[in-house]
Design a protein around this ligand. Structure first.
Ligand code: GLC
Length: 745
């Protein structure tokens, strides 16, 4: 093992807490915290009112002021959750045209969630944090942890799926990994920012139980367990008040109940009121479009809600400085934890380790949905492969909104396959259809010319001919980062695949039954041909090593082990928000531009809704196949205690009963069989990914406590009721292999 690899592994394990290691900053975390607080006290005692106001709002598109007179550095933020955004101009979204700010694009976060591997969350965070550190950024604006309430949400690809427990587990590792570099995460978009349509004006209305059980847990895990140093308020309103300065979300829950000691940063343009920002815990205002009124003026920073307007209120004695001092303290704490930490590591950019991490996360996140024998490719028999589809060649790291990147390289699926199959099989490409030929975002261009003005019938006929003449056909399609696809600022307009892809798939199948469909998207899409197509692969936005990861899995170099982090509905009617007419929202007719969106499905999101209504989705939450088979048996449970002292240890054996090494994700669900309120049939409360050689068996052990049994009661808070519970262990929410029961008192 190369020394650098050894070091990085040791550091990773240290971050997981299983190996103690002398981290770069030799100070213990407690003494460092005391040191920081002492430094804050000192600086604050010397700051003028104007200097205090200066540090709580932006000075440029992505930076806020320090205090030069006192040697306090300014604070630099950067997008995004999948890679470090190229430098932009001082007060402009367009990229500045630097030549040394290309990055590694890591897979989109839905792919990370699909790995169900918490260690990869840590690896992901450490790697992207090193890139942010190297670019001298203090705050990385990610991860996004909003729950995928509807598959039409344009930003699903930036999030971690539909389940609060899985999202939280995967977020914790990412947070710790990033912050191990002395770079703060900024967990977003707090909270209930679950759609892009009307994103600035949607007023999300959810009851307390739904809020607590579904939409808060991932944020709470990132803050309380992950130790997030900053959090971003969302654009939407929650129960009638803007999320960026929402009394209930920010004062009562985040800083009250959770004891958050970091800084609340507005989304860019999410601040709407000086008074609410002052008293409802907004600490740092970015991106506001205002000249004191509404419209954006360049360099209007002094007109920000928390700039001159706030300073004037204090000067006129209309507000005190207690709130200001708390904001300044939190911003200084953010600076001292990051740029002001003289011991933080130095980071790295575009390193071999980062490309290896991107490839591994991609390989482990790819989900084999269906396989009637075509995979892994049999390169003894398969001598000619047709690759069809725009997504085999289209760059996906440019576009999609603020997560758009300027990459050092991006290996397309076609290039990855050609490289891996060179000398083994002939690869012939055909477009099949024309979808989105664009390739530019904020001044970053892909350099691709995807224009093809031939008639669609000619393009299709060419693909059908190539397919008919090949041993195997791999169709690579799906969505992309254009508006109304997987993109910030707009939601999808349909659940179906766009650009006539269903017809292309049917035509290819008619020409050659050996068809593999590879779908690239950030969330579920309709697959009306799923019962006819023998092999289907869900391939997320995998970033710089997209083609390498996909080729590894299709050829069997890597055995797929991804599992779905969201339900793959047969149709939108199987999704609670759509079935109950609770998406999109309803525009008020009171002259305001508010759109009320009532979360009528309550806690019944994703598989929780599907199972409540005995529906059969195309592929269930947690589903994922392998090139080998696994047996899960011999489950046992030992319980002790009662009430909040309840403890349970669940053990189960997992055996690789196939012929090749592989990894399985054993999922643990809890079912409350006797409850005074209607609860989901079952809820995910544990999972473990285990890698086994052919024939190997391991025993997994899960520890549960009373928290895993609780639901949220509007009057009593979290509570578990006495009665019978089942613990269900399986390899998807619909493939339960073992059940053990117990009585909870
Ligand atoms: C955007 C996004 C947010 C991003 C920020 C800065 O509008 O909502 O996720 O980090 O503004 O680009």
């Amino acid at each position: 093992m190369k020394i650098t690899k050894f070091f990085s592994t040791v550091v990773l394990l240290a971050l997981l807490g299983t190996v103690s290691c002398s981290c770069p900053s030799s100070q213990s975390s407690d003494s460092r915290a005391d040191d920081i607080e002492a430094r804050i006290d000192d600086v604050m005692s010397k700051m003028t009112l104007h200097e205090k106001i200066g540090v709580i709002h932006a000075q440029s598109k992505f930076s806020s002021a320090g205090v030069p007179r006192l040697g306090i550095p300014e604070l630099w933020c950067t997008d995004g959750p999948h890679g470090i955004r190229p430098e932009v101009l001082w007060d402009d979204w367009n990229q500045a045209g630097w030549t040394n700010d290309s990055c590694v694009a890591f897979p989109a976060l839905t792919c990370l969630a699909a790995t169900w591997n918490q260690e990869l969350g840590l690896l992901y965070g450490k790697s992207i944090g090193e890139e942010a550190r190297y670019r001298n950024k203090a705050v990385l604006l990610g991860p996004g942890v909003n729950i995928c309430r509807t598959p039409l949400n344009g930003r699903s690809f930036e999030y971690l799926g539909e389940d609060p427990y899985l999202s939280g587990r995967m977020a914790v590792g990412y947070v710790k990994g990033v912050q191990s570099n002395g770079v703060a995460v900024c967990v977003k978009h707090y909270a209930l920012n679950n759609n892009e349509v009307d994103r600035y004006t949607t007023n999300a209305i959810a009851d307390e139980r739904t809020l607590r059980e579904i939409y808060l847990p991932a944020f709470k895990a990132a803050v309380v367990e992950g130790g997030a140093w900053s959090i971003m308020g969302g654009y939407n309103l929650f129960r009638g008040q803007h999320a960026c300065h929402n009394d209930y979300l920010m004062n009562k829950i985040l800083k009250g109940e959770w004891g958050f000691d970091g800084a609340v940063i507005s989304d860019w343009g999410g601040t709407q009121s000086t008074e609410e920002a002052i008293f409802n815990s907004l600490d740092l205002e970015y991106g506001t479009w205002t000249d004191g009124l509404k419209m954006g003026l360049t360099n209007a920073y002094d007109n920000y809600y928390m700039a001159r307007p706030y300073e004037k209120l204090i000067e006129e004695g209309k507000v005190g400085t207690k709130e200001l001092d708390d904001k300044v303290r939190r911003v200084l704490r953010l600076i001292f934890r990051t740029t002001g930490d003289k011991n933080r590591p130095f980071g790295s950019l575009c390193s071999d380790e980062h490309y290896a991490a991107a490839q591994k996360i991609g390989e482990e996140g790819i989900v084999l949905l269906k396989n009637e024998g075509l995979l892994p490719l049999d390169l003894e028999k398969t001598k000619k492969i047709a690759v069809v589809g725009e997504n085999a060649i289209k760059m996906m790291t440019v576009g999609g909104g603020s997560s758009s990147l300027k990459v050092q390289h991006e290996i397309s699926p076609l290039d990855g396959l050609k490289k891996r199959l060179a000398g083994k099989a002939e690869v012939v490409y055909a477009r099949g259809y024309v979808g989105d030929a664009s390739g530019e975002y904020n001044g970053v261009t892909t350099g691709q010319d995807l224009s093809d003005n031939r008639p669609a019938s000619v393009i299709l006929a060419e693909a059908v001919k190539v397919a008919a003449e090949s041993d195997v056909v791999i169709f690579i399609g799906g969505l992309n980062k254009a508006d109304h696809m997987d993109a910030e600022g707009s939601d999808r307009l349909e659940y179906s695949l766009p650009y006539g892809q269903n017809e292309v798939i049917e035509a290819l199948l008619a020409a050659n039954k050996n068809l593999i469909v590879v779908n690239i998207s950030g969330n579920a899409v309709a697959m009306p041909w799923a019962d006819k197509v023998p092999t289907i692969v869900q391939d997320w936005y995998l970033g710089s090593e997209a083609g390498t990861s996909l080729a590894s899995v299709l050829t069997g170099d890597v055995n797929p082990s991804g599992h779905l982090p969201m339900t793959w509905y047969a149709s939108l009617e199987q999704n609670g928000a759509h079935a109950l007419g609770a998406y999109p929202g309803v525009k008020r007719n009171d002259g305001s531009d508010i759109t009320d969106l009532e979360y009528k499905e309550g806690v019944f999101v994703g598989y929780r809704y599907v199972e409540k209504n005995n529906l059969k989705p195309l592929f269930p939450f947690g589903h994922g196949l392998s090139y080998t088979t696994f047996e899960v048996d011999n489950a046992k449970i030992k319980t002790s205690g009662s009430g909040d002292s309840f403890k349970a240890t669940v053990t189960v054996d997992v055996t690789n009963t196939g012929k090749v090494e592989g990894a399985e994700v054993v999922q643990l669900y809890v079912s409350d069989l006797e409850c005074s309120v209607e609860r989901p049939v079952k809820e995910l409360k544990g999972f473990a990914k285990v890698n086994l050689k052919a024939g190997e068996k391991q025993t997994l052990s899960f520890a549960l406590d009373s928290e895993a049994l609780k639901f949220y009661d509007e009057k009593e808070g979290w509570k578990a009721e006495a009665g019978k519970f089942d613990v269900l262990l399986g390899v998807s929410s619909a493939d339960i292999r073992q059940t053990v029961s117990f009585d909870y008192k």
